[in-house]
Design a protein around this ligand. Structure first.
Ligand SMILES: Nc1ncnc2c1ncn2[C@@H]1O[C@H](COP(=O)(O)OP(=O)(O)OP(=O)(O)O)[C@@H](O)[C@H]1O
Length: 279
């Protein structure tokens, strides 16, 4: 799926929040949008799902979305926490309202509650749930949707690491059902482990785009230094590829406690790109 803005499309005072954007999103993939606070990540999701008005033209798969006659938006569903869920209804009633709209019923909702460890929350009032539970209910709402592209705005923010891992598992399950996921996150480890493709957004422009491993490879410096910690605790540093034979001999003949390379983390690439220190 391609997303293209040919010029600034949303203005905040005299500056554009989103400028020229060109994204190439593989179907069936998890596509992560990362970037500092205020970069325009949420706004991008809102524009793509027609939640806010904007100037200029947005093209999805080459089709101009200002043509309201198209079915483009039906394919895309925004899932932000709590959106479309009623505070005073039970979890089951909330989800049934949504499920029924898509020809689904109690059976499907109960199955999803079980998958997400929320089976005991069926009759709980939505306003009484913890943040992590609310996030999971919001995701179940996405599961019930027929849209093929789900846009998740910071699905794991404000939850403990365990709940975060449950939510990531749910996202992977959604992907396995053939859906395309576009998500925003501030968690670089999550971006690296979960996303097939990433885009780094800063001040409304795309700074970098590609798979996490390709982005890391692009910014890894040569030579690469590899530190091996030997059995007695002493470190040996070798330069790669210059000393690759020594490295392979060391691995073959010695007991090594750990090997550590100084390749950049996604976090360091992110910070440096956002500061304008890399090109
Ligand atoms: N409808 C709008 N009209 C004008 N400006 C807007 C609109 N919506 C958001 N903005 C502005 O766009 C900028 C980017 O906001 P956005 O919420 O997209 O950032 P973000 O990257 O999602 O940040 P965070 O990581 O903190 O959630 C902000 O300065 C915000 O005030």
């Amino acid at each position: 799926m391609s997303v293209y803005f040919n010029r600034g499309i949303l203005r905040k005072q005299s500056k554009y929040v989103l400028k020229k954007i060109n994204l190439n999103i593989q179907r069936g993939n998890i596509f992560g949008i990362i970037g500092p606070s205020g970069a325009g990540k949420t706004t991008l999701l809102n524009v793509l799902t027609n939640q806010i008005s904007y100037e200029g033209n947005v093209y999805i798969d080459g089709n101009d979305t200002t043509d309201k006659g198209t079915d483009l938006f039906k394919e895309l569903s925004l899932c932000s926490v709590n959106s479309g869920l009623y505070e005073e209804l039970t979890v089951m009633d909330n989800l049934l309202l949504y499920a029924n709209a898509f020809g689904k019923g109690k059976k499907e909702v109960s199955e999803l509650l079980l998958t997400t460890n929320l089976q005991d929350c069926e009759q709980k009032i939505f306003s009484k749930l913890s943040t992590g539970m609310r996030q999971r209910v919001s995701l179940i709402r996405c599961f019930l949707n027929d849209a093929s592209v789900l846009l998740l705005d910071e699905p794991t923010s404000n939850v403990d690491p365990y709940t975060g891992s449950i939510i990531r598992d749910i996202i992977v399950k959604i992907k396995e059902k053939g859906k395309t996921i576009i998500l925003t996150t501030h968690n670089m480890l999550e971006a690296e482990q979960l996303c097939d493709q990433l885009v780094l957004l800063n001040e409304g422009v795309v700074l970098e785009q590609g798979s996490p491993s390709l982005i890391k490879k692009k910014y890894s410096q040569q030579p690469l230094f590899i530190t091996c910690t030997m059995e007695d605790g002493s470190p040996i540093e070798l330069e790669y590829p210059k000393e690759k034979i020594q490295l392979s001999n060391l691995i073959k003949n010695q007991i090594i406690l750990n090997i550590h390379s100084n390749e950049p983390t996604l976090e360091s690439i992110f910070v440096n790109l956002a500061r304008g220190k890399m090109s």
